[in-house]
Design a protein around this ligand. Structure first.
Ligand code: AMP
Ligand code: MG
Length: 420
């Protein structure tokens, strides 16, 4: 980013706000994997995106059952004001229902998850009773229907339990299993190719030539994309050379749904990505009223979508999480694209320019007895990779705010929400 561009930062009317950018993104996104479906067993479906609603074929639980270990009985047999004595006759264990019927004065030994015997409507916990020689003494006060779970209280037959476009979480797989589905229809993974750009970049593990830095962005970005359930190709480093960038993007566009680059998108002499994308396809916009991160390029190269992230690692990561992530999820078929921001208390004073949105890395201090306080990481520079590592997430400060004072509420985007 050169000096002149920095000065131009004040002219926010020339820039696009985060909300506008996200609205444009939403507008342009189509599910490119629409016709690429596969059936996956539940054990392989974690993190994938559902391509069809999941409907329950049965009530869950399928039968009334006991919530505790105890004794099933007829509530009407209980004395309202004193202890009741009932004969223990029969047993209902999980998976082994009692075949008979509970009649007046009887009780059936029952265990958690076991089917409620016919005739019984209430369960008394074993801890609350005394059993002597086949007879149970029950203290007064047990409520009608106590400790009894009802058929269908979790899910009713015919309920849509998971909707198309949902990214499957572990508990979703459990719910699908509970309603009888052993496999789910999901979209095939989005194919995403990741390039780094810059003559100064070297591969970690190799020797570092004078003037070079190791390529950090590609590792961050590839791992983030894998975490979204997409299939990532490592496309290496593009040199600062117009023809090479163009050839690299052109070739990769044929086999990927989305190409992602970092670096090379500002207006320096060595920033060739923008020109290459414009020559090969379209560039929708590239100037955002944000910090860190400007510039950001979004467009198309042939049949592939294109995102050009800034080069500085923090800027690349922030822009990925806020802009590329929803794009990737949307292209892959997900419905819920926006991360949840939590309100925390600022533990810092901060001043900023009006008109742009800023993200600051912060650690959450959750001292006992009070809510989380966001402690800023310093230095603030967008090249400081440690600022991403030694923190829990990003404080997001909206455009109109010019000052944050310690003790005020701020929005917080947790890395656990978007980057794990
Ligand atoms: P650029 O946008 O290409 O001018 O890059 C901005 C800054 O980010 C420069 O200091 C680059 O060296 C640095 N940078 C670009 N790409 C990477 C990368 N993949 N890993 C680490 N630093 C990078
Ligand atoms: Mg560069």
């Amino acid at each position: 980013m050169n000096k002149l561009a920095d000065d131009c930062f004040n002219q926010v009317e020339d820039l696009m706000s985060t909300a506008e950018a996200l609205a444009v993104l939403r507008d342009r996104i189509v599910t490119v994997t629409q016709d690429r479906l596969e059936q996956l067993p539940l054990a392989q479906a974690q993190g994938r995106i559902l391509a069809a609603d999941v409907t329950s074929a049965l009530d869950v639980p399928p039968h009334d059952n006991s919530a505790v270990d105890g004794y099933a009985l007829r509530h009407e047999d209980l004395e309202p004001d004193g202890p009741t004595r009932l004969a223990v006759q029969g047993r209902s264990a999980a998976g082994h229902p009692f075949e008979g019927k509970v009649t007046a004065g009887q009780t059936v030994r029952i265990f958690t998850g076991a089917v409620m015997p016919t005739g019984a409507d209430t369960v008394v916990m074993q801890e609350d009773v005394e059993q002597v020689a086949g007879y149970l003494t029950i203290p007064p006060g047990l409520k009608l229907g106590a400790n009894r779970r009802h058929q269908g209280e979790d899910t009713k037959q015919g309920d849509v339990v998971l909707r198309r476009g949902r990214r499957l979480r572990p508990q979703d797989l459990g719910l699908a299993a509970s309603v009888g589905h052993g496999a789910l229809t999901v979209y095939r993974p989005l194919k995403v190719g990741v390039f780094s750009t810059g003559d100064e970049l070297a591969e970690p593990g190799a020797a570092l030539p004078v003037g070079s830095v190791y390529d950090a962005n590609r590792q961050i970005l590839m791992a983030l994309i894998t975490g979204l359930g997409a299939e990532v190709s490592d496309l290496g480093i593009l040199p600062d050379d117009a023809d090479a960038v163009r050839a690299g993007l052109d070739g990769a566009a044929k086999t990927h749904d989305l190409l992602l680059t970092s670096g090379g998108v500002s207006v320096g002499d060595e920033d060739h990505v923008r020109g290459a994308v414009e020559a090969l396809g379209h560039l929708n916009f590239w100037r955002l009223a944000i910090k860190p991160g400007r510039p950001l390029a979004l467009g198309q190269v042939g049949g592939a979508a294109f995102v050009g992230l800034p080069g500085n690692p923090v800027a690349a990561t922030v822009c990925f999480l806020r802009f590329a992530r929803p794009l990737i999820l949307g292209l892959a078929g997900a419905v819920d694209l926006d991360p949840v921001l939590y309100r925390v208390t600022a533990d810092f004073d901060y001043e900023k320019k009006a008109g742009r949105r800023e993200w600051l890395r912060a650690r959450l201090d959750c001292a006992a007895g009070r809510g989380p306080r966001a402690v800023l990481f310093r230095p603030l520079g967008s090249g400081i990779i440690n600022s991403l590592v030694q923190t829990h997430g990003l404080v997001e400060i909206p455009e109109d705010v010019t000052q944050v004072k310690a003790g005020e509420p701020v929005d917080f985007l947790s890395f656990d929400e978007v980057a794990s």
